[in-house]
Design a protein around this ligand. Structure first.
Ligand code: GLU
Length: 277
């Protein structure tokens, strides 16, 4: 698939991703919880280990973490039947999630901060400026900002994929140099890799975007988890001139691999191949 793209452009995008100073990493619920919807300590610690690798490279790291509703579901033992239940579960899960992040980052003597946002915070310039200032201050202090939707108040946000758009909007809004979307599949595939053994990983997305979109909309009828919004988010970011990578959360040292320009996941080429700043 990437043969449609110039190899040099793909390599340049990988390089740009590797050299990013400010990185947004988005982790989905599946990357944090087990089959019973309980927070999975091993998965969470693995994510934090990977983030620590980026931090030890002197990069600024902002995490967009899902998992509030998921972790709440396991903890309360209730179902997410109604919107009200999902909202309530998110409040239980969110504090549990932050407790675990605090513990896990403490292994590296790092502090974390919680930022809960709604669509209004992204749309309103004054609120967004405040958010930006807060994040800048936290980064100056060396504290890791951890962002999620404020699910308790944001009914329209409670549906799969929203954190993909939230992380894309944050990447663009705070001038990050890279968006990494971690998921339980290894990137964008030509089919559903969980079911189709012939599905191939698409190495890079750029001028082949329309073809990739067609492939994805065909395989989405197959119902594989939210790849469409991940692709849309990554595309938004790349249209802004910033590279994005969709990669597998369980792959060993996944963020270190991206930071050393290894060909993992699917890289989205910044439009024109370079940032325009
Ligand atoms: N904010 C939701 C949660 O933390 C997840 C939304 C999403 O994954 O897009 O449970």
């Amino acid at each position: 698939m990437s043969s449609e793209l110039e190899e040099g452009d793909v390599a340049a995008a990988r390089r740009l991703a590797a050299d990013a100073d400010r990185v947004i990493v988005k982790a989905g619920t599946n990357s944090l919880t087990d089959a019973d919807s309980n927070l999975d300590d091993e998965k969470l610690d693995k994510l934090v280990d990977d983030l620590e690798d980026l931090l030890s490279r002197d990069k600024e790291v902002i995490l967009v973490s899902s998992g509030a509703i998921g972790a709440g579901t396991g903890r309360v033992g209730a179902s997410t039947g109604t919107v009200e239940e999902s909202q309530a579960l998110s409040t239980v899960g969110q504090s549990h999630l932050m407790h675990r992040y605090t513990e896990s980052f403490a292994r590296y003597d790092r502090k974390v901060a919680q930022l809960l946002l709604t669509q209004h915070d992204l749309e309103n310039p004054e609120r967004f400026t405040n958010l930006r200032n807060t994040i800048e201050t936290l980064l100056e202090w060396g504290v890791v900002p951890i962002i999620n939707e404020n699910d308790a108040v944001a009914t329209e946000e409670i549906r799969i994929g929203d954190n993909d758009m939230l992380s894309a909007a944050t990447t663009i809004g705070i001038d990050a140099d890279l968006l990494v979307t971690l998921t339980d599949v290894g990137g964008v595939y030509t089919g559903n890799p969980k079911r189709d053994p012939d599905a191939e990983r698409i190495e890079a997305v750029g001028t082949n975007y329309d073809t990739v979109q067609e492939i994805i909309s065909e395989s989405t009828s197959d119902g594989f988890g939210g790849i469409q919004t991940k692709v849309e988010g990554a595309r938004d970011v790349s249209e802004h001139g910033t590279p994005a990578v969709i990669a597998k959360s369980t792959e060993p040292d996944i963020l270190a691999k991206i930071a050393t320009a290894k060909p993992v996941g699917t890289v989205f080429l910044p439009i024109n191949g370079v940032r325009d700043d």
